[in-house]
Design a protein around this ligand. Structure first.
Ligand code: PLP
Length: 446
């Protein structure tokens, strides 16, 4: 077995015997698919080794093509808040699929899901469904530019908003560097319309708005960043952002693709009591099928075609099967008891992981809000932004990841992603995870 697969990790507690079929599947995939995958992080480049090919999932567990079973904290990167194949969602998908899968004409389910979304997010007066989070953020910014007549967009270092051209930008050094593309193929002229600031830094925000506030069409932000690992906003930070954008006539766009329906039914804006101009949703609202949405102030959304001059369309937008999956999911999330239960389970996991790290003599920082958390292998300093997140020990995370995988726990294959707890997890699964972590921390300590 290769070292990257945890070969140095000791055999105790290892339940995964063989991944021969995954390895063969990866060889096959690489012959036809770029990098063997259809989204880069799935290739395990952040942790090394061969990606696990999955065959099925039920509840909080997934089974790979070799028949190994894992307790899953990837949750398809966030959507599966009810776990895998929840009965109500599967039934809704079957029912709706039998009646036709797409029409390219309106269906009543679109209004039903829209009404549920509006109930959860009072700031959303009007919305539009799309098919991914990337489409949601890209479209929201087009509307913001169309509404304000300004070009400049502000984002934060380490904030991920999908892969559209203007958003694949991170800052160079310095607080307010002009955008430099993060990807080949993005014209510098596009990237220049995106300014990037460090998150959680009020002084940088004030300085930027003092200088260029009148040019800003929109600020887009994950209110609880979760794509550099989970990094909560400092007290007053989001409030200051709301104040400055309002003062300067810029729109505040909250990217709640991860946090929407995750940290609360009404997302991070409910928790932090921030009313944005526009909100982007994705992941959970599709109940495991491809759905995104953007919406907000009625006067802003009135700019979208066919009511207004900002064009945005989609052959499969508002797809009835996806709407049905979203509806079946959100209906189960309406009860406050669901979020109390998620909090309880995730708090148990957090405490167990902290104890395991402590026992293993491994310094960590755990950031958690409800059922989303990141375990940073960080010696000392706090994690408040992208720069401090990057100080985490990626090699240690990789050792931990593989040691957990071998013990039947599937974590995100990157230090800078989040663990997701679902309603399908239970105390037993959490305790199994903690027991595995106690051993894996020793491997991670290396
Ligand atoms: C996942 C994600 C996106 C992109 O959504 P896709 O459906 O992958 O296009 C955008 N913003 C945030 C915060 C995300 O986590």
């Amino acid at each position: 077995m290769k070292a990257a697969d945890g070969g140095q990790g000791g055999r105790k507690g290892r339940i995964v015997r063989s991944r021969k079929r995954s390895e063969a599947a990866f060889v096959r995939a690489r012959a036809s698919l770029v990098g063997g995958v259809n989204s880069p992080v799935r290739a395990f480049r952040g942790v090394g080794g061969t990606p696990v090919f999955l065959a099925s999932g039920k509840g909080c567990r997934v089974t790979d093509v070799d028949g190994n079973t894992y307790i899953d904290y990837l949750a398809s990167w966030g959507p599966l808040i009810l776990g895998h194949a929840p009965a109500a969602v599967v039934a809704a998908i079957r029912r709706r699929a039998g009646l036709g899968t797409t029409f390219g004409a309106p269906t009543p389910e679109e209004s039903e899901l829209a009404e549920l979304v509006r109930k959860a997010f009072p700031s959303i007066e009007k919305l539009r469904f799309v098919s991914s989070g990337t489409e949601a953020t890209m479209s929201a910014l087009r509307v913001a530019r169309g509404f304000t007549g300004r070009d400049l967009v502000v984002k934060f270092e380490g904030g991920y908003h999908g892969h559209s051209d203007g958003l694949l930008v991170k800052a160079g050094s310095g607080a307010t560097t002009l955008g430099v593309p993060d990807s080949a193929g993005v014209p510098a002229a596009f990237a220049e319309r995106t300014a990037t600031l460090p998150f959680n830094d009020v002084a940088a925000l004030d300085a930027f708005f003092g200088e260029r506030g009148s040019e800003v069409a929109a600020v887009i932000v994950e209110p609880l960043p979760a794509n550099m690992g989970v990094v909560p906003p400092r007290a007053g930070y989001l409030e200051r952002l709301r104040e400055l954008t309002k003062q300067h006539g810029a729109l505040l766009v909250l990217d709640e693709v991860i946090t929407g329906f995750r940290v609360a039914f009404g997302g991070a804006q409910e928790l932090w009591k921030i009313r944005p101009d526009l909100t982007c949703l994705g992941k959970i609202i599709g109940g495991g099928l491809p759905v995104g949405a953007y919406g907000g102030r009625a006067d802003v959304m009135a700019k979208v075609a066919p009511e207004g001059p900002v064009y945005q369309a989609g052959t499969l937008s508002g797809n009835p099967v996806a709407m049905a999956a979203g509806l079946a999911t959100l209906r189960q999330l309406r009860s406050k008891a669901v979020y109390r239960r998620l909090e309880k389970l995730a708090a148990r996991l957090e405490a167990g992981l902290a104890a395991a790290a402590h026992e293993g003599g491994v310094p960590v920082r755990i950031h958690r809000v409800g059922s989303v958390m990141t375990l940073f292998f960080r010696d000392g300093g706090e994690v408040v932004d992208y720069a401090s997140a990057l100080c985490s020990d990626r090699d240690r995370y990789a050792r931990f990841f593989h040691a957990m995988l071998e013990r039947g726990v599937y974590l995100p294959p990157s230090q800078f992603e989040a663990f997701f707890v679902s309603t399908a997890h239970d105390e037993k699964a959490i305790d199994q995870t903690i027991a595995a972590a106690k051993e894996a921390m020793r491997v991670a300590a290396g």
